[in-house]
Design a protein around this ligand. Structure first.
Ligand code: ADP
Ligand code: ZN
Length: 191
């Protein structure tokens, strides 16, 4: 892939859950580290999946990350030496992340963001669509459908093992919520 070398740019890695977004972000960060780049990685504080201080993939690979509540906190952790900014679970940030990613790229920083492009309903998720629009590079990756084994681009939300309804509240007391990757054909959202 052609990469500009004398100015900043935005790369986005999108796909459903389990598609390997974190894995890909981690791979790019590790390569930047080999290149002795000055790197800072961020993640939203709400993602406590495995670790507060790391980005961890479902396969167990990890890199250090700073948990932040809002996009503008990024400025507290970067300086004129920063060359690469990684952002995981970018869909959970406020819309301001788009402007900030643009500003960082304008300052000469390579911004690598990974996140969900769609929510469990199959609708565009948070700031991700607008970030895609302004990014130089977008990689849309697929998981494997848990039902049929075909490439999966959607995240299936299950409540007590059954497909969630469109209007089901985000967190239900006493319910067991889980997610799996599914293709267009096997993805179910009851209205
Ligand atoms: P994401 O950040 O997109 O949720 P991760 O990078 O955390 O994904 O995890 C990707 C890894 O998840 C894969 O390399 C594989 O080991 C594992 N995995 C588990 N379920 C699936 C699935 N249905 N499709 C693809 N990979 C899966
Ligand atoms: Zn399927």
């Amino acid at each position: 892939m052609y990469r500009p070398v004398n100015h900043g740019y935005i790369e986005v890695v999108i796909g459903p859950m389990y598609s390997g977004k974190s894995e890909e972000l981690i791979r790019r960060i590790k390569r930047a580290r080999i290149a002795k780049q000055n790197i800072v990685v961020f993640k939203p504080k709400i993602d406590n999946r495995y670790s507060v201080e790391d980005v961890v993939s479902h396969s167990g690979d990890s890199v250090n990350a700073i948990p932040i509540n809002s996009a503008k906190e990024i400025y507290n952790f970067i300086d004129s030496k920063t060359q690469v900014v990684g952002i995981d679970e970018v869909q959970f940030f406020d819309e301001e992340i788009v402007e900030i990613a643009m500003d960082l790229a304008d300052k000469g920083i390579r911004v690598i963001a990974a996140g969900l492009d769609m929510d469990f309903k199959g609708e565009p998720f948070g700031p991700t669509p607008n970030l895609l629009a302004v990014a130089e590079f977008v990689d849309k990756i697929q998981a494997i459908c848990s039902v049929c084994g075909q490439p999966a681009n959607r995240s299936q939300r299950l409540i007590n093992g059954e497909p969630a309804r469109y209007d089901d509240p985000i967190i239900q007391v006493g319910a067991v919520e889980s997610y799996e990757a599914r293709c267009r054909k096997c993805h179910v959202v009851y209205k």
